[in-house]
Structure formats: structure tokens, C-alpha cells
Ligand binder design. Structure first.
Ligand code: GLA
Length: 370
């Protein structure tokens, strides 16, 4: 099965955006290997928007001057034990104004397969305009057109015979989690774009409460790509970001510049226990158990009856968990549990609801309890 666990990899958009080149992708592939990220699970190297050139006289899409030879690039990425992802839109133009796939869906899927592409992010962009023109003042009709556009590319991918992860990007419109699996989606964006600041990241992550039942092996909610290591996120904020995404069984698609990755960022992205929570074979997304202002407790069921429990402090000052606050009963535990603190890398022994901990501003404590 494609995407039996949430896809892991790297995407060019969050750091390189429109400047990404063939060299950036090759450098990233090299660094995914030498940093240990590939072996930690980050195997997809995804080129986002701005690789597209013009179509030739047969209508075949060409890459632009930043990507002289896409097939050679795919071969290089594959030679490193990695997979290559690409990006397009069901509209005539992508979000950055490059060539989209409208009217060329089967041809483009065939070209991707010929190049050796393993993952397609398909971004609504200018197709929104097509929907409005073809079904004016008819929201249901517009939604139908959107479903059909995504199904069309799904069929085109199937016809190539090459397995590709199919990533929908339409910002959560029309509750995509309810119909994404029907159009072959392995993941679907649930929100607008993330950015590398705590407010936006945490707003997106917290807004995923209630979506757990729509995720499972082969089909995942996607709260957007990671900003770990980007912008001015502090270490606590980066840890909160990674924790929240792991609790959400979210795709872990890093978006930082690996050529300047600091050891403490590498440690967050490659924390084995956090990754194991995200990638747990049960494939269950976590959800919010308790909220008291800036303090939130989320739980995620893991295989073998264990649970990941994350205590977040979204507030502006350190916050102390008060007595009887862990809410273990709501998580299905009768009394004391055995706990491990993931970020501290420490076994805590037995703890109860009376567990006390102080959580820094914008920080988190991540436990695995059983
Ligand atoms: C949209 C998507 C982003 C990125 C850009 C590229 O904004 O949501 O993730 O792909 O387009 O133009």
C-alpha cells in the first residue's frame, strides 16, 4: 500500500520557494543521506512549484532552465535510496503562475512516470477560477467540478501503472477529509498555508482537533509541511511543532535548508521516539482530550495499547500542571501508568493523574504511557 504510514520526506517550498534549482534538490538528496534523515524515514524529495517550463509542439510538459534534465535528476535521487516528488495543478496555471495540467492530465501523468516520479502534489490554484466560470453561483456544482478534477488525475496516475503518492492541496475546501479517499488521495491539505512562525503553526495544528476519524493507513490529514528549522522558531517552538505533527499522524515533510541545519534541529527532526509516534502502525491520529486556555492535552493511541500524551503550553509564560490534571481516565487508564518522557529521553516510572510538570512558554512535554 502507498502511504501505509504518513509520508515522510522533504519539500522545496517552505525554504527555497520559487528559487529552487536542480542543484538544491541534489544537495538536499546528499544531505538527507549524510545527516541520517533518510534512514530516519525521510525518503521523499519533493520539488514544489516553479520547476515547470513550456509544452513542446506535442503538448508534452518540459522542465524549465532551473531543471535541465528531470529524468537525470530522478535517477540521481533514486541512486541515493530516495524517491522524487513533483508538483502541478488541475488549473491552467499553478499558484506561482507556471504551466498547470488542465487538458493535459493523462499526458502529464505519463511524463511523470517516464521521468520516474514517485509523488505528486496537485494544487488547486487557478482551477478555482474554472469552477466559478463553469458553475457560476452554484457552490455544489463547483465542488463537483473540483472532485472530478482530482479524480481525473487519480485515474491518469493509475493508468501509468507507476505507484505515486497522491497529495491533494486545496486548503481543506468542501471538507476534503470526507471525500479525499474516494478520489484516490493519500493525503490532503486541511488548511491554508503554514508559515514559519509560532502563531500560524500552532493555529493550524490546534485546528485539527476532531479530524482524527478521517485519517488512517493510505489516507492522511495534512496540516501542511514542517517549518522546523525555519524562520525564528525557538527550540521549544520547534519541539512543539514536531510533537503536534507526530500526535496528528501528519505527513512529516521537512522544509528547511539542510545545508545549514543546526545539530539541535537535526535532533528534533530525527528524534526516533517522536517519529515512531507519528509512524505508529495502528495509523490512528491523535486528538485533544483536555483544554484549559493555553494548556492542552492531546492523546494518540499506539499499537500494543500504549498512548502518546502531549501536554502543550501555548501561553506566553511557563505553566505548571496542577494536581489531578493529566486526565488519564479520559484516555482509558484506570490508575497509575508507566511513563516515558520522549524529549527528555527518560523513563519516569509510574505516574498518576497527580503528575506535576512545568511546561515552558510555547513548549511541550511528550509522554508515552502504558
Ligand atoms: C500554494 C500551496 C503551497 C505551495 C504554493 C506554490 O500556496 O498551498 O504549499 O505549493 O502554492 O506556489
Amino acid at each position: 500500500m502507498v502511504a501505509a504510514t504518513p509520508p515522510m520526506g522533504w519539500n522545496s517550498w517552505n525554504f527555497f520557494a520559487g528559487k529552487v534549482t536542480d542543484k538544491d534538490i541534489r544537495d538536499t538528496a546528499d544531505l538527507l543521506v549524510s545527516s541520517g534523515m533518510r534512514d530516519a524515514g525521510y525518503v521523499y524529495v519533493n520539488i514544489d512549484d516553479t520547476w515547470e517550463g513550456k509544452r513542446d509542439t506535442d503538448g508534452k510538459i518540459q522542465s524549465n532552465e532551473k531543471f535541465p534534465d528531470m529524468k537525470a535528476l530522478a535517477d540521481y535521487v533514486h541512486s541515493k535510496g530516495l524517491k522524487l516528488g513533483i508538483y502541478s495543478s488541475p488549473g491552467a496555471k499553478t499558484c506561482a503562475g507556471y504551466e498547470g495540467s488542465l487538458g493535459h492530465e493523462a499526458q502529464d501523468a505519463a511524463t511523470y512516470a517516464e521521468w520516474g516520479i514517485d509523488y505528486l502534489k496537485y494544487d488547486l490554484c487557478s482551477y478555482g477560477g474554472v469552477m466559478k466560470t463553469q458553475a457560476p453561483n452554484d457552490p455544489a456544482g463547483q465542488n463537483r467540478l473540483m472532485h472530478e478534477a482530482y479524480e481525473k488525475m487519480h485515474q491518469a496516475i493509475l493508468e501509468t501503472g507507476r505507484p505515486m503518492v497522491y497529495s491533494l492541496c486545496q486548503y481543506g475546501m468542501d471538507s476534503v477529509w470526507e471525500w479525499g479517499p474516494e478520489v484516490g488521495a493519500n493525503l490532503w491539505r486541511t488548511t491554508g498555508d503554514i508559515s514559519a512562525n509560532f502563531d500560524r503553526m500552532s493555529l493550524i495544528g490546534r485546528s485539527q482537533a476532531g479530524l482524527a476519524k478521517f485519517a488512517g493507513p493510505g489516507h492522511w490529514n495534512d496540516p501542511d509541511m514542517l517549518e522546523v528549522g525555519n524562520g525564528r522558531l525557538t527550540l521549544d517552538e520547534n519541539q512543539t511543532h514536531m510533537t503536534l505533527w507526530a500526535m496528528l499522524a501528519a505527513p512529516l515533510i521537512a522544509g528547511n535548508n539542510l545545508t545549514v541545519m543546526k545539530p539541535e534541529i537535526a535532533a528534533i527532526l530525527m528524534n526516533k521516539e517522536a517519529i515512531a509516534i507519528d509512524q505508529d502502525a495502528l495509523g490512528r491520529q491523535g486528538d485533544r482530550v483536555f483544554a484549559d486556555g493555553p494548556l492542552e492535552i492531546w492523546a494518540k493511541p499506539l499499537k500494543n495499547g500504549a498512548k502518546a500524551v502531549a501536554i502543550f503550553n501555548y501561553g506566553e509564560s511557563p505553566s505548571e500542571m496542577r494536581k489531578d490534571n493529566l486526565h488519564l481516565k479520559e484516555m482509558g487508564f484506570a490508575g497509575a501508568v508507566t511513563a516515558r518522557d520522549v524529549w527528555a529521553g527518560k523513563d519516569l516510572g509510574k505516574i498518576t493523574d497527580a503528575y506535576k510538570v512545568t511546561i515552558p512558554k510555547h513548549g511541550v512535554v511528550l509522554l508515552v504511557v502504558r
